[in-house]
Design a protein around this ligand. Sequence first.
Ligand code: G6P
Ligand code: MG
Length: 213
Amino acid sequence: TMRGAIFDLDGVIVDTAKYHYLAWAKLADELGFAFTEEHNERLKGVSRMRSLDILLEVGGQDFSEEDKLVMADKKNKLYVEYISTLNESELLPGVKDYLIGLRARGVGIALGSASKNAMFILDKLNIAELFDSIVDGNKVSRAKPDPEVFLIACAELALQPVDCVVFEDAEAGVQAAKAAGMQVVGIGRPEILKDADLVVAGLHVLEGLDRLN
Ligand code: G6P
Ligand code: MG
């Protein structure tokens, strides 16, 4: 049985994935190449600097580390601008009810996100207090698919990996959860999340099932 639930943020709790994409696509556009939604799948769950490397690889371009830091900073400023008006209405369907239901059952709840903007987003969405532990991009040194982020979250919940279930929308995140020895529920499309133990369209599906019990 699940004693701990670890949630990715972007694409699982809130649809910020589209704002990440818009900001990256704008950067690519300025560099003179197109960055498609298909390319963007590779950036999901991946750290900011690694995302930039993948984007530049797609565009066949290379820059110094210094230039890359400037570019990543520019992307982030744009992204933060896009999410500055984020509010509770942008929580994905079923999220809040599902978290509240888990709490009522005594399941430990953690965030396991690569984003350095996670706290800012949780505050905007007014749900930070629903988490027992928050592990974000500021606390981790190795990006997904490395299991570090989920192992820290699990330890903060004082649980073992076998007791934890991860909720992820990204391929890199599913790999990270598997590498951590955890069960993983994919949120999104089964053809992309092939290695997940179960794939659902969103947490509203699980929340609906819980209500039937
Ligand atoms: C999440 C998103 C990625 C993003 C990463 C870093 O994993 O899925 O698209 O690049 O966080 O986010 P940040 O807000 O720190 O740039
Ligand atoms: Mg995600």
